[in-house]
Design a protein around this ligand. Structure first.
Ligand code: ZN
Length: 244
């Protein structure tokens, strides 16, 4: 099975198109695991949701999904994100908002547990430190867990008796999936924040027992033009060019 693991697509259909074209060009994609924030920030929330839902999708909820669906947590957002979240909700049908609201916060798929943030606080906590990785490993009943939310492609390996170390995953980084317990973050499809503007995703091949990060160029200018056309905040558009 070849499984696309992605997160934080953020209503960016150009980035999603490029990611799926890349993954599907190399062979059939048997499943898509989405770690939340399908919507928010970007210009095409309904279209991005549709692109994901027409595939064999296993999704969990992200904070921007709940904010767009029902205004949940919008008070925690900066003004740009709040504006985009409320605007996104207005673009969705009642049925689409309800579907987002009913997404589970965590779920198990094979040897993986999926969450947007962490297992301690699935929707809101950013998993970035060794201390947080230790807590995650304690709560993790499966061998591996997959998280998003920080928009940073990274992984942690459990080392008995030592603190887990944060490792940043560049394009083409491969991690074998063996006995070692792992936490993996695919990075963000629709709004990368590691200084590389290319869309980021993780391809999991269970036959080869391998996870591989990929960075994919997409038509950023087209996404930005769509954002200008619907008057989304200028900074949200500008940051796509610099991957911040
Ligand atoms: Zn996000």
């Amino acid at each position: 099975m070849r499984i696309v693991v992605l997160s934080d697509a953020h209503s960016n259909t150009e980035a999603l198109t490029a990611v799926f074209r890349h993954a599907e060009a190399a062979g059939a994609v048997d499943a898509v695991w989405s770690l939340g924030d399908m919507v928010g920030y970007g210009p095409e929330p309904a279209q991005a949701m549709a692109m994901l839902r027409e595939r064999p999708l296993t999704p969990v909820a992200g904070n921007h999904d709940l904010a767009a669906a029902a205004g949940i947590g919008v008070d925690e957002f900066n003004s740009f994100a709040a504006h985009a979240a409320l605007w996104s909700g207005d673009q969705l049908s009642e049925a689409e908002r309800q579907w987002l609201l009913e997404l589970p916060e965590t779920r198990i798929a094979g040897e993986f547990t999926l969450a947007h943030g962490t297992l301690r606080d699935p929707v809101w906590e950013y998993l970035l430190s060794a201390e947080q990785a230790l807590v995650q490993f304690e709560l993790q009943t499966t061998r591996y867990s997959l998280v998003g939310h920080s928009h940073l492609p990274l992984w942690f390996e459990e080392v008995p008796g030592a603190m887990p170390r944060l490792r940043i995953a560049g394009d083409g980084q491969r991690v074998p999936l063996g006995e070692t317990r792992l936490i993996l973050n695919p990075g963000s499809v629709g709004q990368p924040r590691d200084g590389d503007p290319r869309a980021s995703y993780l391809l999991y091949d269970d036959g080869a027992a391998m996870a591989t990060w990929h960075r994919i160029e997409y038509d950023i200018a087209s996404t930005q033009a769509k954002m200008r056309a619907v008057h989304l905040p200028q900074w949200l558009s500008e940051r796509l060019s610099i991957g911040k």
